[in-house]
Design a protein around this ligand. Structure first.
Ligand code: NAP
Length: 332
């Protein structure tokens, strides 16, 4: 079998991955990015590919599209020599060094160091109307902090779906812009911490539709309302709104690791040293949303991508791999 030998393999294609690639390539580490291949649940570029306008990434005073930002980051990494492979990493063996990875294209990659930046995907309700409007910028979002301040959401009734801390946080954030925030929750009590739930319940601009499940999102090009079914009686009613924010949790993209890195109970990669991107395996680093269930912002992901590349560079230097050869193909 043909082995591809690499010094730095970066897995992912969101802000963390591209920032790691910019730093690693500028440090002459000759990184390769496995950006993933398009599938039903995945497009290279990660979650920002579903974001129409980004107004909070520093350096862009005018809003720019998520796709645009990702293309720019990728181009910046490529400018310094980053190689990009449009395949997914399907399995890893971190039990010995160098590490071994397999790709969806059948490659067997032997890597000195690996940066995992595979992100997390927002959970969605799974409704076709929800997917269509989320993809086309039709007023359906999974991130209030990213999208809530957009002009189209101002002075409108906005719906938040979910009953956890994220839903509480999104609802409170949206009160700055919305005429009213309606939380649609499928049960009669919140999962969120008491302090967050109390803050929501006391807020004059927020009301809760208890025991309600969204069954359809209404509107052709832009959302006009949601249809909900009462989870106890089955009764159906419509709620008029100018936006829907789905806050029903995230799933980190860690399945391909098959237990090779320590994960938190919620599936996110453990980075045991605070303010570091080191993982449970020496020489493997993690950055971006795959290790961060808390901030989940493009700019924080980019920051940890920078950290991971600097850590990889220092780790390679410490192990005497300071001037790595270009990737070579060998026959095992
Ligand atoms: P979460 O705690 O898992 O809550 C998800 C919510 O979505 C639950 O209320 C759940 O309903 C609902 N839900 C799940 N699937 C659904 C579906 N198909 N249809 C309708 N509703 C659905 O997720 P999270 O709120 O994102 O929080 C994740 C973690 O981050 C938690 O540990 C949380 O405490 C933490 N967090 C903390 C803060 C903070 O401290 N400021 C902020 C954000 C998140 P059920 O309740 O019926 O299961």
């Amino acid at each position: 079998m043909s082995d591809i030998r690499e010094t730095v393999v970066i897995i992912g294609s969101g802000p963390a991955a591209w920032t790691a690639a910019v730093y690693a390539s500028r440090a002459n580490l000759d990184p390769v990015v496995y950006e993933g291949e398009i599938s039903r649940d995945m497009v290279p570029g990660g979650q920002l590919m579903f974001t129409t306008d980004i107004e909070n990434f520093p350096g862009f005073p005018e809003a720019l599209g998520g796709t645009d930002l990702m293309e720019r980051m990728k181009a910046q990494a490529e400018r310094f020599g980053t190689r990009v492979v449009t395949e997914s990493i399907t399995s890893v063996d971190f039990s010995a060094r160098p590490f071994v990875l397999r790709s969806s294209g059948g490659s067997h990659i032997v890597a000195s160091t690996v940066i995992v930046a595979t992100g997390a995907r927002a959970n969605w309700l799974g409704l076709p109307s929800e997917e269509r409007l989320a993809r086309t910028g039709g007023g359906v979002s999974s991130c209030a902090v990213c999208d809530g301040a957009l002009p189209s959401f101002r002075n409108q009734p906005l719906v938040v779906v979910g009953g956890g801390d994220s839903a509480m946080e999104e609802a409170l954030y949206l009160t700055k812009f919305a005429s009213e925030v309606v939380i649609v929750h499928r049960r009669d009590s919140f999962r969120a911490s008491k302090v967050m739930a109390d803050r929501v319940l006391e807020h004059p601009k927020i009301r809760v539709e208890w025991n309600a499940q969204v069954t359809d999102v209404l509107g052709d090009d832009f959302i006009t309302g949601v249809r909900v079914a009462d989870t106890l009686t089955g009764e159906v009613r419509d709620i008029t709104c100018g936006g829907m924010f789905v806050a029903i949790g995230h799933t980190p993209n860690t399945a391909f690791l098959s237990g090779q890195l320590a994960l938190h109970e919620n599936g996110y990669i453990v980075t045991p040293d605070s303010w570091r991107t080191t993982t449970s395996v020496e020489g493997v680093f993690a950055c971006g949303d795959v290790m961060d269930s808390y901030y989940r912002q493009a700019v924080t992901a980019a920051g940890t991508g920078c950290m991971a590349a600097l850590e990889a560079e220092r780790w390679l230097a410490h192990h005497g791999i300071e001037r790595p050869a270009a990737a070579v193909e060998t026959t095992a």
